[in-house]
Design a protein around this ligand. Sequence first.
Ligand code: SF4
Length: 257
Amino acid sequence: MLFENTIVGPIHSRRLGQSLGVNLLPLRHKHCSYDCVYCECGWNSESEHAAMQFAQPDEIAQLLEQRLQQLSAEGAHIDSFTFAGNGEPTMYPHFAEVAAEVVRLRNRYYPEAVTTLLTNATQLVRPEIFAAVQQLDNPVLKLDAGTERMCHLINRGNELGCTWQQLIDNLTRFGSKGIIQTLLFEGQHAGERISNIEEIEFAAYVKLVKNIRPRYVMLYSLDRATPEKALRKLSVEKLQHYADKLQSEGIETKVYG
Ligand code: SF4
């Protein structure tokens, strides 16, 4: 499912409450440094021939302000201003500038709300992105695997991203400022078995998270249609089982079923 608007919602999110989405990426096209087997936006290849046209930061700020004026006049509630949408938000060419504008408008219209970024963390390798993401209240950073091999099978990174070691180094530098998000599942893709819950894999993942020392971990499973169909969703009970393993290592963990 691709977003057809820049400002989306507010919609109720299982993780964020009433969430007003800010999609910085081209409408109806996906742009990402990963191509996850479970991506609800579909495969990258479905968008590759589309010309990438990005809105300017002032256009986005104007659309957001108009929507906020409308929502505050209606007395609508917002818990989170959430950067999410058709791909990886930090790949928007003017991310730092627009992030500062969103913080400014949040302060003006909904000072009680938080700013949230759902990111695959590959662009933290760029100093200006690392600094901009640190200014947000809730940087939610993806880590789906304990090993480079499983990350490659699940997330299918491309040349727009970073190496496995850079990813782990940047997540560790972020430390307790960041929240780690992990989608647990099992399945198959292109003849390969994929699982981030096998004993060795999950043990490697726990070891990494212990080193990163995030604020907390969000565990969830598949929720919407996936481009690879041979994937299996985990029950809430199963998610809780893995959350308990993290908790027993002193890592605060929340489950979203
Ligand atoms: S990082 Fe997010 S947007 Fe990018 S491919 Fe994975 S799920 Fe899709």
